[in-house]
Design a protein around this ligand. Structure first.
Ligand code: ZN
Length: 230
């Protein structure tokens, strides 16, 4: 059984069973000091027994967030696009530099960086598919809609898709609903909305459109809430 917890904006913690049979804890885009977050980075570090990986989709502040602090405090390895990882490694953070393409060679989890249509200062922005024994999750990062999301479904078949719906900088509600049609996850969870005025969006509208058009279930998580899967 896996647990996916939302910290607001694009920040998620995933607890899942690794291929070594042990629970793995992964933080994605850990901006835990975002205005909606239920916990500050200091308390998170204090309350978390262990952190295995931090995955950063790109270097914008609302995604790179508190990576440096949390990585140093926990010793978690940071997975990022090559250019960003090189930059982070100069700050004495243990990194796994990778790029968009195939499976990253770590033993305990399935991790693939996927394309994202967006911008960034260090390397290309990415999404990520992360999985273990019992689940595969796709975190889209910041992105517009792109047709190759269909390949993410065909190749990796994620059970859960975490999708930005805020518009302005990323997909909005309608584009994200189209993304669900391509990704065909069992569950879609909206993210990257209502943190600031430009990304105001209505997640219930997203749920309405998706559940009318597809068999995917939309789960709206408030910051601090989590779901179990399966
Ligand atoms: Zn961004």
């Amino acid at each position: 059984m896996a647990i996916v917890k939302y910290f607001g904006h694009a920040a998620f913690e995933v607890r899942l069973k690794g291929f070594d049979g042990r629970e793995k804890i992964v933080l994605i885009d850990p901006w835990l000091s975002n205005p909606l977050s239920p916990v500050n980075p200091r308390d998170y570090v204090r309350e978390t027994s262990r952190l295995d990986y931090i995955i950063v989709t790109h270097d914008h502040g609302d995604h790179l967030g508190d990576t440096e602090y949390i990585a140093k405090e926990t010793g978690a390895r940071v997975v990022a696009i090559f250019d960003l990882a090189v930059n982070l490694s100069k700050k004495e953070i243990e990194t796994i530099d990778a790029n968009v393409g195939g499976r990253i060679k770590v033993d305990d989890l399935f991790i693939v960086l996927t394309p994202a249509i967006h911008s960034s200062s260090h390397g290309n922005p990415v999404g990520v598919v992360v999985g273990g024994e019992d689940i595969r999750i796709y975190h889209a990062g910041d992105t517009g809609l792109f047709a190759e999301m269909q390949y993410i479904h065909e190749l990796y078949n994620p059970d859960i898709a975490l999708l930005p719906i805020g518009g302005h900088y990323t997909m909005g509600v309608e584009e994200a609903a189209k993304a669900v049609e391509l990704l065909k996850p069992k569950i879609a969870i909206p993210m990257h909305y209502n943190t600031f005025p430009p990304i105001k969006a209505d997640p219930t509208k997203f749920k309405e459109i998706v559940e009318k058009k597809t068999s995917t279930k939309v789960v709206i998580l408030k910051p601090g809430e989590q779901i179990q899967y399966p």
